[in-house]
Design a protein around this ligand. Structure first.
Ligand code: HPA
Length: 307
């Protein structure tokens, strides 16, 4: 996963070593994450009259769905105060606010990752912005390697649970009670009703849906075959480099989560061939139509559930 440019956030400059340095900080910016997320939310609301309660994070190669939103306003991450900018190939770096089936939605075309040099807090910041916008449900999508044998290339898998092996958590540090509790529950991080809806709609569309456990690693190197054998032993069905910090932040703020992985490749060592990012993007491109069909079917159901 190569990067086009070095990561930049729009967060205020700080002198701490190793911290990503801001590009367009404003001297009037309050320092707290809650206030920064509020500023970003206010900016987004100044660009559109829509007030979405459903947000989507569209992972590698899956951003095209947002191009189909009706009456869309597209906002580049670079223009949103404090928003981190994606540097990964296949991540456009745009927030689209528009409608799916007359339902207002916010769609992130691309996300940022730890492997780009961002902190877990930076990675989760867009979710904080969604929380400040009043979003009630988030659909997080990603590309993943399939560990379970049935999870072959092109399979869409609803995430039932995750294993955080990234070694970081976006909630590390002082807790802001305005977002959520210091110690929040992760027993049902992936909403049971949303999962049932996604599996049901997928099966109705003839997609043949599965559920699985997603293990998140920091990347950017793909795993070794020994690591994949270890992940299978500890109960992982899928492996990827994203989503978990966002899910933790979403649940912290009471946002209900649906996670869907597109299996873009068999995990390392399962097939007798090396992994490459091109294959990931090509598979995502190939199943895009199916993925978009599933999202279109699920969004109205989620809208009903959160009404
Ligand atoms: N491993 C980690 N991340 C991934 C993979 C993988 O095999 N495929 C897509 N993202």
């Amino acid at each position: 996963m190569s990067a086009k440019k070095s990561p930049k956030t729009n967060t205020p400059k700080t002198s701490s070593p190793g911290r990503i340095v801001a590009t367009n900080s404003t001297s009037s910016s309050p320092v707290g994450e809650y206030e920064r997320a509020g500023e970003a939310a206010d900016f987004i609301f100044s660009q559109t009259n829509l007030r979405p309660q459903i947000a989507l994070v569209l992972g590698s190669g899956l951003g095209a769905f947002a191009d189909e939103f009706a009456a869309a306003t597209n906002i580049r991450y670079a223009n949103i105060p404090h928003f981190p900018q994606s540097t990964a190939i296949g991540h456009a770096g745009r927030l689209a606010i528009g409608k799916v089936d007359a339902i207002p939605v916010a769609g992130m075309q691309g996300r940022v990752h730890l492997y780009e040099g961002y902190s877990a807090k930076d990675v989760a910041f867009p979710i904080r912005v969604f929380a400040r916008m009043g979003v009630k449900a988030a659909i997080l999508t990603n590309a993943a390697g399939g560990i379970k044998r049935e999870f072959v290339q092109g399979r869409l898998v609803v995430i039932r649970d995750h294993i955080n092996l990234q070694g970081v958590n976006p909630l590390t540090g002082p807790n802001d009670d305005r977002f959520g509790l210091r110690f929040h529950d992760m027993t049902s991080a992936y909403d049971r009703r949303f999962r049932e809806m996604a599996v049901g709609e997928g099966n109705r569309l003839g997609i043949g849906m599965y559920e699985g456990v997603y293990a998140a690693l920091p990347g950017p190197s793909y795993e070794t075959p020994a690591e994949i054998r270890y992940l299978r032993t500890i109960g992982a069905d899928l492996v990827g480099m994203s989503t978990v910090p966002e899910v933790i932040a979403a649940r912290h703020s009471g946002i209900r989560v649906l996670g869907i992985s597109c299996v873009t490749n068999a995990a390392a060592g399962i097939l007798d061939q090396p992994l490459n990012h091109l294959e990931v993007l090509e598979t995502a491109e190939r199943v895009k139509g199916q993925f978009i069909g599933l999202l279109k079917a699920v969004i109205p159901r989620i809208a009903e559930a959160i009404a």
